[in-house]
Design a protein around this ligand. Structure first.
Ligand code: SP5
Ligand code: ZN
Length: 370
């Protein structure tokens, strides 16, 4: 299988994030993508290709131009306003309650403020989403990685993997968040719909609900969104991801959320995956975009599922058994020592190659982030 990678992600060199007010070491760090790249190269069965520049139009087809401007200007503007921290992180967000009683038209006309800190809140969801000097370039490159993987599949490949970083599925039309700036999977799915005129399904197996992807396609019938994730009753992004969210308007019935309990193990996960795959098999279309996360892993520092490396091989195998072509895009996964082995297992499963676990040394699946 070919996999698309760009070193531009290295410049998105996040250091800290905040969780409930506490500063902690960043989870979404360059080492994640480097681990996966190194393991796929060591496997010998994967071919690295660089992305091609697709320009801003596919991004602007999905995202508000204001969000794109913010991502591109924010770092320079923060420095110009003497914000001399290692990263730009908001502390104030425009809760919808701030605008209660005001008409949507009036609210839509509110200016975003000139303050860089204020703008980071205006366009953001949460305080765990640091923006640094290299973020804009990395986010642009991640979109190009996704679109190049889509091009490979549109060109006839059965499957291609885009090693996107930063990830994308929490980014909504006008909002960054959850380590995401541009929604790589949504941009790729939208581009595939435009290129083929066919329906596309997105299968999101990151541990978290892809609130951004759901929002972008909420009223669209041409993209089916299916997500397996931690129940928002206990986990980020808290305010979306419930089973009764099924889409509206043209998109009615084209959104399937499968929230799962803490401790979900291999068997329970595979049963839920089969439910998701049944929904995809029942819908028309030849291409599936996979939002692939490994924060479902048993040792993930921010997840609470119990999946093993071996089950990722079986997941890849079952997804490929749909018989559709796959654009597989990296989302989350924060237990760094296991990321290479987990990605390799999933992708080998999708190709019909045997699991053949790696030796525990080096890129083994155990160990801690430290
Ligand atoms: C792409 C992706 O996986 N984004 C995840 C963003 C999660 N951000 C909020 C994390 C909240 C972590 N709660 C930690 C509980 C640790 N026991
Ligand atoms: Zn996640």
């Amino acid at each position: 299988m070919r996999f698309v990678y760009s070193p531009a992600h290295l410049a998105h060199d996040t250091v800290t994030e905040t969780v409930m007010g506490a500063v902690i070491p960043a989870n979404e760090v360059p080492e994640r993508a480097e681990r996966i790249r190194a393991t796929l190269e060591a496997d010998g069965g994967f071919t690295l290709v660089g992305p091609t520049d697709h320009g801003p139009d596919p991004i602007l087809a999905v995202h508000d131009a204001g969000l794109v401007r913010f991502v591109e200007e924010a770092w320079r503007e923060a420095r110009a306003q003497s914000i001399n921290r290692p990263n730009l992180l908001a502390d104030t967000y425009p809760s919808f309650r701030m605008f209660e009683g005001m008409s949507p038209a009036f609210v839509a006309g509110r200016p975003e403020t000139r303050s860089a800190a204020g703008r980071a809140g205006w366009w953001g969801l949460d305080t765990a989403n640091p923006l640094v000097a290299g973020t804009a370039g990395a986010a642009r490159a991640a979109v190009d990685v996704a679109l190049t993987a889509a091009d490979l599949v549109l060109g006839g490949e059965r499957a291609a993997y885009g090693l996107c970083r930063p990830p994308g599925h929490h980014a909504a039309r006008s909002m960054a968040g959850g380590y995401c700036f541009f929604n790589n999977a949504a941009i790729a799915a939208d581009a595939i719909v435009r290129a083929t005129g066919q329906r596309v399904a997105i299968l999101d197996v990151d541990y978290h609900h892809g609130n951004g992807t759901q929002q972008i396609f909420w009223q669209r019938g041409d993209v089916l969104y299916v997500s397996l994730h931690a129940d928002p009753e206990r986990q980020y992004p808290y305010f979306l991801g419930r089973a009764d969210e099924t889409g509206e308007g043209q998109g009615r019935g084209a959104n399937l959320n499968i929230p799962l309990p803490a401790g979900t193990d291999d068997g329970a996960y595979l049963a839920a995956l089969d439910r998701g795959l049944e929904a995809i098999a029942a819908a028309p279309g030849e291409i599936v975009v996979v939002s692939l996360g490994f924060d479902t892993y048993g040792h993930d520092p921010i997840g609470d599922f119990a999946l093993t490396t071996a089950v990722y091989h079986e997941c890849g195998r079952r997804v490929a058994a749909l018989g559709r072509r796959l654009v597989i895009l990296q989302e989350g996964g924060y237990h760094r020592p296991s990321l290479g082995a987990n990605a390799r297992a999933w992708l080998r499963g999708a190709e019909g190659r045997p699991y053949e676990p790696l030796p525990a040394a080096g890129f083994g699946e155990h160990g801690s982030n430290r």
